[in-house]
Design a protein around this ligand. Structure first.
Ligand code: F6P
Length: 339
């Protein structure tokens, strides 16, 4: 068999571990030939690929980013749906290249495109990746653990400077529409206030909570805000919140937007092993002729779920998440009145 691996959407730590997991399992366990397509799905019609042999997959486990390159490609999915000539060109390229299956490594956008490609009759196995942890159908995505560790370390560092200056530090973390990174890094970094898009917030409650802390002798506070929060209908919540709190309380505030550092660099050991396992599982599925599915982790066990159940759905933080409940029990503010 000959398979093609591609990486699509925003990068994250652990992609190379996954490419290696797919490729080495495909070659060693199943004697498959492995091609790596450049810059996502567009690499297939463009015929832009390299042969991934054992040599090419060596020494990449610990590397951040993706050796294959990636891009945001919602337009490809749209074109495959709306432009029959392009859809035919895509399928012809797949057959011309002698592919028996595609392994698509990506986030929510990739799952949508993978489903479209699968509906065209091509064999696809997808693997979920994103720092946001928001892919439906899997308990966890690789990249998340590393991003949470990076954000937690940054919050740890902000505690000491916040304490020295008696300041309120507002830390904006990534996560797109979901609050997974904010929740996990906020709790691990001992934040005093954690704001998640899924819960919403009341600015008066936030003001009261940090002012009460200051009056009780805790002059400094750490507020972790997910980038998906909008303030007065506008993005960039870290900046806006810091401004409002500076203007409307007696406290001095500063903001830190962590941004792309959360996505860059070496993956954690957990993400390396998750990517390796998920990649290996994708190769196993192909060898069994199971297609049109996404590899998933559920209750600690690897499995798969049809792409039709995943595409277009988002996994967000539920209000009864155990970490939120535990945070509330300890007096951590989630920006809403306490029950
Ligand atoms: O999906 C990962 C992510 O880093 C989000 O957390 C963030 O909102 C988005 O990608 C940034 O997208 P881009 O790479 O297109 O700037």
């Amino acid at each position: 068999m000959r398979i093609g691996i591609l990486t699509s959407g925003g990068d994250c730590p652990g992609i190379n571990a996954t490419i290696r997991g797919v490729g080495k399992t495909a070659m060693v366990a199943h004697g498959m030939e492995v091609l790596g397509f450049h810059k996502g799905f567009s690499g297939i019609p463009a015929g832009s690929y390299e042969v991934l042999n054992m040599d090419k997959l060596s020494g990449i486990l610990h590397l951040g980013g993706t050796i294959l390159g990636t891009s945001r490609e919602g337009h490809i999915g749209k074109a495959l749906l709306q432009d029959e000539a392009f859809a035919n060109e895509f399928c012809e390229a797949y057959h011309r290249l002698g592919l028996d299956a595609i392994v698509a490594i990506g986030g929510n956008g990739t799952m949508k495109t993978a489903k479209i490609v699968s509906d065209l009759g091509l064999n696809v196995v997808a693997i979920p990746k994103t720092i946001d942890n928001d892919v439906w159908g899997t308990d966890v995505t690789f990249g998340f653990d590393t991003a949470v560790s990076i954000a937690t370390e940054a919050i740890d560092r902000l505690h000491s400077t916040a304490a020295s200056h008696n300041r309120v530090m507002v830390v904006e973390v990534m996560g797109h529409h979901a609050g997974w990174i904010a929740l996990h890094a906020g709790m691990a970094g001992a934040a005093d206030v954690i704001l998640l898009p899924e819960l919403g917030f009341d600015i008066e409650v936030i003001k009261k909570d940090i002012v009460e802390r200051a009056k009780a002798g805790k002059q400094h506070s750490i507020i972790v805000v997910a980038e998906g929060i909008e303030i007065n209908g506008k993005k960039r919540p870290g900046h806006r919140l810091s401004k409002i709190l500076s203007e409307e309380t007696f406290l001095e505030c500063r903001e830190t937007v962590l941004g792309y550092v959360q996505r860059g660099g070496a993956p954690s050991a957990t993400d390396r092993n998750l990517g390796t396992r998920m990649g290996g599982h994708a190769a196993q599925l192909i060898s069994q002729g199971i297609f049109g599915v996404m590899v998933r982790m559920q209750g600690g066990a690897l499995g798969h779920i049809p792409l039709s159940q995943v595409a277009g759905r988002l996994k967000v933080v539920e209000p009864d998440n155990e970490l939120i409940i535990q945070g509330r029990r300890m007096g951590i503010s989630f920006g809403l009145p306490r029950e």
